[in-house]
Write a protein that binds this ligand. Sequence first.
Ligand code: 13P
Length: 249
Amino acid sequence: MAIRKTMVAGNWKMNGSLELVTQLSNAVNSVKSNEIDIVLFPPFPLVPALVDSGVTTGTQTLSENTPGAFTGEVDAQLIKDLGAEYVLVGHSERRSIYKESNATVAAKFARAQQVGLTPILCIGESESEQENGQTEHVVAAQIDAVIEKLGVAALKHSVIAYEPVWAIGTGKTASPEQAQAVHKFIRDKIASLDSDLAQGLTILYGGSVNEKNSELLFAQPDIDGGLIGGASLKADSFTAICNSAKGTV
Ligand code: 13P
């Protein structure tokens, strides 16, 4: 079985400051280890400062277009040139607030890879979809949009983050068993097309992860780390979460 890398990623959303860059970069640099990849996703203007601090950096979105008349958008090549290595695509807040469709998300995924950025494809069902038993259907469609555009091989240089929308910022985490079941469904689905690729694919869980629940979540066989929102803004919580991911491979 392929060895997968464990990752702990911090999505700052529209929060943060130069002061937070100093605090979190000191904290992350103190817990860095070969066992896990730690990546922070600050707002765009903080990317250069975070890169300079030595922390692996990503952005929270990117434009699917190449440079041109797209006021307010940010080009993938510029993100890459500034030293970022990862980019979130299809975060549920982008899908719901900014109406990004599965097709748009797939186009962003493609543009990221075109310049050598690693996309983290965020997927997950809403509360009503979960209540109606549509979780597998929804996440499958979100993944299929990328596979149909680019082929399954494109997932090799990517990460998937399963974030049930009902668990984001609500304090209502999926139980380890519940999250594991969806992660296994995702891995099995991809394995039906390319088994080696699926075994090597890092699949993160996100949604109200904190230092109290991270260890049990990360211990699940198909959960390879986490995408952390609120708790990634607090140095103590985030470093505790990073430490709980060590030794879970
Ligand atoms: P919370 O950890 O605040 O629930 O946010 C999760 C998330 O959306 C990370 O991308």
